[in-house]
Design a protein. Structure first.
Length: 406
């Protein structure tokens, strides 16, 4: 996952801090907008895990801090649920202007309620996901406890939530009371996925039922069995992310990606590497493949490395050759499994090598033959393996003729 620190302006001119998480190949199918929970931030571990799972499936994710929270500018005391909606609209507009309008909206806890309310202002959104979301924003009143009475009486109070102190004004409570979510949910007219933990002790599971009952189809509910409200267990947040990605692909319209500019014929294999290290597009016999390097050496790990392709060529040639030979002989060969490993070893450690210095390439090849074959048939197939065309090519003289084209 490639993550970029960004900022954009809210409707009152304050700078909001954001993070854009991109797929490894930097070519997203679509963009998602993530709204964090009440008094949380974009950097909550669970949010990062969900985003990571989505990017692995080609979905870019913009997550940001609401006004007055995290690294964003502004005073939290001056914000409310309605200002969260305008922040979401500003974030979506930023995506549309700089990248692509979001097709997927995801919200955790009160953020889930917010994305359902904001959806009416975001025509690009085709699918909405809520995670542990309250059915009404007034659910927040329960978190305030006795402080709510102080706020109503004095107009403001300092409230401790999750070990941190926040200033909340009466305007915040007044704004919550004016929101009617049931009607907003019914008018979504977008695909809705509701994720909720049965044992959520912050936002009870009954909220999920109320959202589901109010929504029109297509709507889905998935239980996050064993999870807590914040998805503190990494396995729960990664599961949620992969689940969201699989579900969303049914409803989004993938961004039209420009195909690789390479052209190939039956005689040529063409390879192109752009600026994304070290993702490489391959066109061979009309088939599009990807080569890359692992993350440990600076690649993006979107495909096998070149040596993987080398041994794969030997392995596939071996199994195809054995399949052809056994079929011609009418032998009961049910399957062939070939395992290969490539390494470079010192020439002095190789008793059968002609090279005496430096290193030599060593490929281990293990062949498993499945079927009721006789000992003689198995021995014959072992010999045929060394006669596959790629095996012969690797053992013969090879000339690579290189020309630099204008």
């Amino acid at each position: 996952m490639q993550s970029h620190q960004l900022t954009f302006m809210n409707t009152t001119g304050e700078r909001l801090s954001a993070r854009l998480d991109m797929p490894p190949d930097d070519q997203p199918l679509t963009y998602a907008l993530f709204a964090h929970c009440f008094t949380c931030s974009k950097d909550l571990k669970a949010v990062g895990n969900i985003s990571r799972a989505l990017t692995q499936e080609g979905i870019a994710v913009l997550r940001f801090d609401f006004t007055g929270l995290g690294e964003s500018e502004g005073e939290f005391a001056e914000t409310n649920f309605s200002s969260n909606i305008t922040d979401l609209v500003a974030a979506a507009r930023f995506l549309e202007e700089q990248y692509q309008a979001p097709q997927l909206l995801i919200g955790h806890s009160l953020g889930g309620t917010a994305v359902m309310q904001a959806a009416a202002h975001l025509p690009s959104a085709r699918a909405i996901v809520t995670i542990g979301a309250p059915s009404e924003p007034t659910h927040v009143n329960r978190l305030l406890g006795s402080d709510r009475e102080t706020i109503n009486a004095q107009g403001v109070a300092k409230v401790t939530l999750a070990g941190r102190q926040f200033t909340i004004k009466k305007q915040f409570l007044d704004d919550l009371s004016q929101i009617q979510m049931q009607n907003s949910i019914r008018q979504l007219r977008k695909a809705l996925l509701i994720l909720h933990a049965p044992l959520d002790n912050v936002v009870g599971i009954d909220n999920a039922r109320q959202i589901f009952d109010a929504a029109l189809h297509p709507k889905s509910f998935v239980s996050l069995d064993g999870a807590d409200h914040l998805l503190s267990n990494q396995a729960d947040s990664l599961y949620a992310g992969s689940l969201i990605a699989a579900w969303a692909k049914k409803y989004i319209e993938p961004q039209r990606l420009e195909p690789p500019s390479v052209e190939a014929s039956d005689e040529w294999v063409v390879v192109e590497t752009g600026q994304t290290p070290y993702r490489t597009d391959i066109v061979a016999s009309g088939h599009h493949l990807i080569a890359d390097e692992p993350l440990t050496v600076g690649g993006t790990d979107t495909g096998p490395n070149p040596y993987d392709y080398l041994v794969a060529a030997l392995g596939s040639c071996t199994s195809i050759t054995l399949r052809m030979y056994a079929d011609r002989q009418g032998w009961p060969l049910e399957a062939i499994r070939v395992r290969l490993k490539h390494q470079k070893i010192h020439a002095q450690d190789c008793e059968t090598c002609e090279t005496e210095s430096g290193k030599v390439d060593w490929i281990d090849r293990e062949i498993e033959l499945v079927g009721a074959l006789t000992t003689e048939q198995r021995a014959r197939l072992r010999g045929i393996a060394d006669r596959c065309p790629v095996h012969r090519t690797l053992h013969s003289e090879i000339v690579v003729n290189t020309e630099l084209k204008d």
